[in-house]
Design a protein around this ligand. Structure first.
Ligand code: FES
Length: 284
């Protein structure tokens, strides 16, 4: 029988839940929904912020290793200092995403965070050793830090590319949703201001009736595929929105853009029209 990959074994390991759940509760206690949380998720970018921020410490640490090998310990120490400082916002953005992820992802996330924390400890120790004139110890400590950092980055890649953390879970709707008008049923079947789920061809859609108008979005949340039709209608800055029931992302009904994270990508939107007494939709 084929052995599960090491990362899959981590994702299945329930022993990580005690630490993972405590960390999640801690992040939620500190980071309440609002501007800072949205900023850390990257809502303003339309893209997760964490992968962009981690480029700085990883680049600094890798470059410092090259300088150390070349004997330029002084500039290596400067880069390590910059790498340590830039790790702080990168970790904050990662923790924000971590706290709004699902349990198997959090297990991998805990190990990812532990590897990066170990790297940070090694780099701080490296700076301390260099400050005392112990260059050899400082270089060895930095090399240990780079090893932990690469392990952390590999786990981050597993989260992003295998487990689709941070990916847009609504993007495929533009390709598999109905390109031509598709019937959703009689108009009177849709109650006023009540999220309703229907199938439009191969994709589930959320329909919200607002008088004579209809807002229609892909029903799978772009964050992690949560069912928007089971969410609550709400208002942000006077704009009608729907809130995902899973992690609280809020999307504008008019254009599908996220008003609040953790989602950063918009929901795919569908055009609608009433023909006779029936509602029809197609991908916008
Ligand atoms: S699935 Fe996470 S906010 Fe919707």
């Amino acid at each position: 029988m084929e052995q599960p990959r090491v990362f899959d074994r981590i994702a299945d390991d329930e022993r990580l839940d005690a630490v993972g759940d405590a960390l999640r509760r801690g992040v939620h206690a500190v980071l309440r929904p609002g501007v800072v949380k949205d900023l850390l998720h990257g809502v303003f970018l339309g893209h997760p912020l964490h992968p962009a921020l981690v480029q700085v410490p990883i680049g600094c640490f890798a470059s410092a290793a090259v300088l150390d090998i070349g004997g330029n310990s002084r500039d290596a120490a400067r880069l390590i200092g910059l790498g340590v400082l830039s790790s702080v916002p990168a970790a904050a953005a990662g923790l924000a995403d971590y706290a709004d992820s699902q349990q198997d992802h959090r297990r991998v996330g805990v190990v990812h965070a532990a590897a990066n924390s170990a790297a940070l400890v090694c780099y701080v120790a490296s700076l301390a050793l260099r400050a005392k004139g112990r260059r050899r110890g400082g270089v060895l400590s930095a090399m240990a830090g780079l090893t932990f950092s690469m392990a952390g980055a590999t786990l981050g890649g597993d989260l992003a590319f295998r487990r689709a953390v941070g990916a847009n879970h609504s993007e495929h709707a533009s390709r598999v949703g109905p390109a031509d008008w598709c019937d959703l049923g009689y108009v009177e079947q849709f109650a006023e201001s009540k999220p309703t789920r229907r199938m439009a061809g191969d994709i589930p859609v959320l329909v919200v009736r607002r008088g004579e108008d209809f807002a229609v979005l892909h029903d799978q949340c772009s964050h992690m595929s949560g069912p928007l039709s089971e969410g609550e209608l709400t208002e942000v800055d006077g704009v009608d929105c729907v809130q995902c029931p899973w992690h609280g992302s809020v999307f504008r009904l008019d254009d599908g853009r996220p008003a609040h994270g953790p989602a950063t990508a918009p929901q795919q939107r569908l055009d609608s029209r009433v023909r006779g007494s029936r509602l029809e939709v197609k991908m916008a």
